[in-house]
Design a protein around this ligand. Structure first.
Ligand SMILES: [Zn+2]
Length: 73
């Protein structure tokens, strides 16, 4: 997987890893906020941010898989 023969794949992989990290950071932030008592509007905001991060994560994953499929790399 890390054969280094395809720069585009590496950059897609990097993007996916970043999106995953960001998503997990958002989820932890939401979990921490939930542990305290926060207003429901604030919780909704954090929840939106987390679901957007999740969406980005899935998109990055799709891009990566699509590239591998099309490129055969
Ligand atoms: Zn490729």
């Amino acid at each position: 997987m890390y054969d280094g023969c395809c720069d585009e794949k590496l950059s897609l992989l990097f993007e996916f890893q970043n999106a995953t990290k960001l998503y997990s950071a958002r989820v932890s932030a939401m979990a921490e906020a939930t542990a305290g008592i926060i207003p429901s509007a604030e919780f909704a905001r954090l929840s939106d941010i987390a679901s957007q991060a999740h969406k980005n994560c899935l998109e990055a994953r799709t891009h990566l898989f699509k590239h591998v499929e099309e490129h055969g790399c």
